[in-house]
Write a protein that binds this ligand. Structure first.
Ligand code: ADP
Ligand code: MG
Length: 303
């Protein structure tokens, strides 16, 4: 077991940012730590990495206790903090050398810097000022600083937030590559992130763990989740006939001629709605499917 969290509570004044949180991450696993903004993800990660103390509970990383063995703990962990604080006036190579020197690894410093620059695709940018890099490259520098001491455990806080779609794909690939021989805990508020990288998902909401499941299970939940369709017809419709259709579970009017129709099961209910319109001389002015979002997944997992 690489990471063991046991009954961690964190109070900020009266606010409980974490409420008796427990979970474990096995060696070599890539686990997604998923939850909406304010759920407590960053707080948990700061406690794991020894940057802030828990109010109560215990955290162990490779057998080292956070808060007690912090110096050795930081050697075992590569940490990419939220918003990736960097020194914009430093040069990429210079900065990585600076980080390497913190870990006191003079004996392999030069090799290690070269390797990490290669691995994170920073070679063409290595002599530029960090402040002049694109966000995607800055995020690579953040990953490089997290990886430079070859840690066994990676803690990545919202590593792809704020990147454009191409950069997101690149950084995800990089995490997958570099995470192959490491234990990785990565936080995100984006469901797709989990799909792309993780094997297991731990979901936190308001400081409480609401799910800890294999990715495939989370996806089966999403699939079972209701389809919610919003449809606008050109005129009044007798939608009671729609309720005869199998899979349609609920119909209600939202506004004039605009209906919300819920379906259950694997079969898409949209063709049935179109056919209904055609056979009743109605024109479909718009038809939208509401995406199964994180909130709905939460509701299904917690209900
Ligand atoms: P997430 O990373 O999931 O978005 P955070 O861990 O940053 O959530 O925050 C969890 C809760 O704790 C939020 O309500 C936040 O406002 C609060 N919080 C975080 N850090 C502090 C702090 N230093 N002082 C007071 N409240 C904090
Ligand atoms: Mg956060």
């Amino acid at each position: 077991m690489s990471i063991v969290i046991h009954g961690v509570t964190k109070l900020f004044g009266k606010q409980k940012a974490l409420d008796n949180v427990s979970f474990e991450v096995n060696t070599g696993e890539i686990v997604g730590f998923l939850g909406p903004n304010g759920a407590g993800k960053s707080t948990m990660m700061k406690i794991i990495t020894g940057f802030i103390p828990a109010s109560s509970g215990k955290v162990y990383v490779n057998g080292l206790e956070a808060g007690t063995d912090n110096l050795e703990l930081k050697r075992q962990i590569g940490y990419l903090p939220e918003n990736n604080p960097l020194y914009p006036e430093m040069y990429v190579r210079e900065y990585l050398g600076f980080v390497a020197s913190i870990y006191n690894s003079a004996r392999f410093r030069k090799n290690q810097i070269n390797n990490i620059i290669e691995l994170t695709g920073l070679a063409p940018e290595q002599n530029k000022r960090i402040g002049s890099l694109s966000r995607g490259y800055r995020q690579r520098v953040g990953l490089a600083q997290a990886l430079i001491h070859n840690p066994a455990v990676l803690i990545l806080d919202e590593a792809t937030t704020g990147l454009d779609p191409n950069q997101i794909v690149e950084i995800r690939n990089l995490i997958r590559e570099t995470g192959r021989e490491k234990t990785v805990l990565l936080s995100t508020h984006i469901m797709q992130e989990v799909e792309a990288i993780c094997e297991r998902v731990i979901i936190i909401d308001k400081g409480i763990i609401v799910a800890n499941e294999e990715k495939s299970y989370i996806y089966s939940v999403i699939k079972r989740a209701k389809q919610i369709i919003e449809v606008e017809f050109d005129k009044e419709a007798d939608v009671s006939k729609l309720s005869d259709i199998q899979n349609i579970s609920n119909i209600r009017i939202l506004r004039n001629n605009i209906w919300q129709i819920e379906g259950e099961g694997d079969e898409d209910i949209r063709p049935a709605i179109f056919n209904f319109a055609v056979s009743n001389n109605l024109t479909v002015l718009s038809l939208q499917k509401r995406q199964s979002n994180l909130e709905e997944v939460f509701r299904h997992l917690t209900s």
